[in-house]
Write a protein that binds this ligand. Structure first.
Ligand code: COA
Ligand code: AMP
Length: 632
């Protein structure tokens, strides 16, 4: 048996032994009573009885063991021409003082704090300060509109919100404070205070008595120590798109999370303490939480906070410049970033301009890695390009080619084999396991390993309904796919209304809720269609109310700005087709899946339940006019 096989089998047969050993890599203020607590199935808890502090494990303990002068964070911001290196000692000082400031505002164990920040070190400081106090942070991605922020404020009910005055997005300067003000205005729940980090290029207008200046607050703050929390206490909530307008608040605990992430760095990414690790994502996404902040710091690595884009800041060589300048060993990003680079630099001319000798592995995730992009990256970089699959819910990879265990041959199109701890199983729609190469629903046999979601924020029932009751005994991923005869997993895409736009997870159901509020629209469907750069983009198909005389162009403009204002620019909603009717089953269900296939030019079978087959021809015509539906 190979090393991978041996480790994987042990993780499934003896999870307590396996994760109990991994748990030794974390410092506990009180050791756990039980590694895996299954007394309340199907809710499983890890390391019950144990107490620790995530911030202590990410900072203090490294300083205590002599890593104080090592760089913890490199802040590389081409958009503001800034390069800043922060050592573990300096980061600990800043985090302790910011934690002291939060404490002074009454933030303590179990309180929630929302962080709405661009890619600056203050985002990391705010997250770690919350962890230090045992407070629960919820980071909201900056590309979301005020309405989305308001939904999260109402659900998380934060005592304090932390933001910055603004950001530079590519070449645009954005103001965050007016967005925060609008969100608070829209929210039913009103946080007590907002802390604003003023950036030099955009000043936020402050409201006396409510808005506090980050620098002023720090000046008078006393450092705060670490508050021990239970392993099972929440560290953060991260909202992610589900199938409706109400996002799901994925909860992450402290103990299992620290153990799993620390383990993943060595065994999946092949990284050791002291290495430079770069996840080119955003702190607003799960990749940012796990692999910009927590995992590298828990491991004693140097992490990079990059405030820029893969292209245009200033050119398609940006990633190679960062890798060579900071001697990055492992990089992690989304395939869409590589497609953007490939589009501008198809022959990889920028690659040759930089010394990439320290660079060992490229990890890609967030969406399906198309073989074209894989080959381009692999051939030009001459480094293993490793596809790995995971979700906000799991917090770390479910399938991967584990570089710290045993490097396996790459099969383009597959994210390789299940990571130890994840018993990936393909089921048919009746919940029966299928054989090799049969496409079905991707599930994971319970229990999920440590670090994965224990529940949804104050929504145990929704957690059960969405993930555990669909196929009892399994966690339902909502992805479709298959496993081949060598155990390699192929993820083919979502089987629900969730789409992936430039690596950003969005809900078409939520977009439909917005579109249907347009006064001229009788009914609509929003589908995700293939896009060469972003992977998928949303397209709306709308039926107008009788007697409405607006042009398609007017409707398109209205809907684009409605989605932009309600969900945010990252939805990239640009295209609307006005149609006479939508294809439906005889019971009135809109045939979204069939329309998606038509839009992508894929073969489809006429659904036997269709009400009027002629509607499909009409949809094909409309989509063709918009530049889609060309046969592959
Ligand atoms: N704050 C505010 N607005 C943001 C934002 C942020 N943090 N991030 C993106 N936006 C805006 C963009 O400015 C753009 O607005 P526009 O319509 O006014 O131009 C819109 O949202 C769409 O952004 P994006 O999807 O990023 O498209 P793009 O054309 O600007 O860039 C890529 C395309 C591929 C370069 C870019 O999407 C990218 O780098 N993707 C990688 C994604 C990633 O790391 N995902 C994390 C998962 S691992
Ligand atoms: P998120 O929660 O934003 O990380 O999105 C999770 C979803 O992204 C998964 O359910 C998949 O549909 C998709 N995804 C992530 N990584 C991959 C991958 N390597 N291959 C295919 N799909 C992926």
């Amino acid at each position: 048996m190979g090393k991978y096989e041996e480790m994987f089998q042990r993780s499934i047969k003896d999870p307590e032994g396996f994760w109990g050993e991994a748990g030794q890599a974390i410092t506990w203020s009180k050791k756990w009573d039980k590694v895996l607590d299954d007394s309340n199935k199907p809710f499983y808890r890890w390391f019950t009885g144990g107490e620790m502090n995530t911030c202590y494990n990410a900072l203090d303990r490294h300083v205590e063991s002599g890593r104080g002068s090592q760089v913890a964070i490199i802040y590389d911001s081409p958009v503001t021409s800034t390069l800043q290196k922060i050592t573990y000692q300096q980061l600990l000082d800043q985090v302790s003082r910011f934690a002291g400031a939060l404490k002074g505002l009454g933030v303590g164990k179990g309180d929630t704090v929302i962080i709405y920040m661009p890619m600056i070190p203050q985002a990391a400081i705010a997250m770690l300060a919350c962890a230090r106090l045992g407070a629960v942070h919820s980071v909201v991605f900056g590309g979301f509109a005020p309405h989305e922020l308001a939904i999260r404020i109402d659900d998380a009910r934060p005592k304090v919100i932390i933001t910055a005055s603004g950001a530079i997005e590519g070449k645009k300067t954005l103001e965050y404070k007016p967005m925060l003000d609008r969100a608070i205005e829209q929210a039913g729940y009103k946080p007590q205070k907002s802390i604003i980090f003023q950036r030099s290029f955009v000043k936020a207008a402050m409201t006396e008595g409510k808005d506090l200046d980050w620098d002023e607050l720090l000046k008078n703050a006393q450092p705060a120590g670490c508050t021990p929390v239970k392993a099972t206490d929440p560290l953060y909530i991260l909202y992610t798109s589900g199938t409706t307008g109400k996002p799901k608040g994925v909860v992450r605990d402290n103990g299992g999370h620290a153990v799993a992430l620390r383990w993943s760095m060595e065994y999946i990414y092949g990284v050791k303490p002291g290495d430079v690790y770069w996840a080119a994502s955003d702190v607003g996404w799960v990749v940012g939480h796990s692999y910009i902040i927590y995992a590298p710091l828990l491991t004693g690595c140097t992490t990079i906070i990059y405030e820029g884009k893969p292209v245009g800041t200033p050119d398609a060589g940006a990633f190679w410049r960062v890798i060579s300048e900071h001697k990055v060993k492992v990089m992690f990003t989304a395939p869409t970033a590589f497609r953007a680079i490939k589009k501008e630099d198809p022959w990889g001319e920028f690659i040759g301009k930089y010394d990439l000798s320290a660079f060992k592995y490229l990890f890609l995730a967030g969406e399906r890695l198309d073989p074209d992009t894989y080959h381009w990256a692999h051939d030009l970089l001459k480094k293993p390009g490793i596809d790995h699959w995971w979700q906000t819910e799991t917090g770390w990879p479910i399938t991967a080619n584990c570089m710290g265990i045993e490097e396996m041959p790459i099969k383009p199109g597959s994210s390789t084999r299940p990571v130890p701890g994840f018993a990936v199983t393909i089921l048919d729609s009746n919940g029966k396991e299928v054989g090799p190469k049969v496409t079905g629903l991707v599930t994971i046999k319970l229990p999920l390993p440590p670090g994965t979601l224990p529940t949804l924020w104050q929504a145990d029932d929704r957690f059960l309904e969405s993930y555990l009751k669909v196929y009892p005994g399994y966690y339902f991923t909502s992805d479709g796919g298959y496993i081949d005869e060598d155990g390699y997993v192929y993820i083919m895409g979502r089987v629900d209304d969730v789409i992936n736009v430039a690596g950003h997870r969005l809900s078409t159901g939520e977009m439909e809720e917005v579109v249907s509020t347009h006064k001229d629209i009788a009914e609509c469907a929003v589908i995700g269609v293939h896009d060469g750069l972003k992977g998928q983009v949303p397209v709306g198909l709308c039926v107008l109310k009788a007697g409405v005389n607006k042009s398609e162009e007017e409707i398109r403009k209205d809907l684009s700005s409605m989605i932009r204002d309600t969900i945010g620019p990252i939805a990239s909603y640009k295209e609307t087709c006005v149609v006479k009717r939508l294809p439906k089953t005889r019971s009135g269900k809109i045939l979204r899946g069939t329309m998606r296939k038509i839009a992508d030019g894929e073969a489809y079978t006429m659904p036997s339940t269709i009400d009027d087959p002629a509607t499909l021809g009409e949809i094909e015509e409309a989509l063709k006019k918009a530049g889609y539906a060309h046969k592959q």
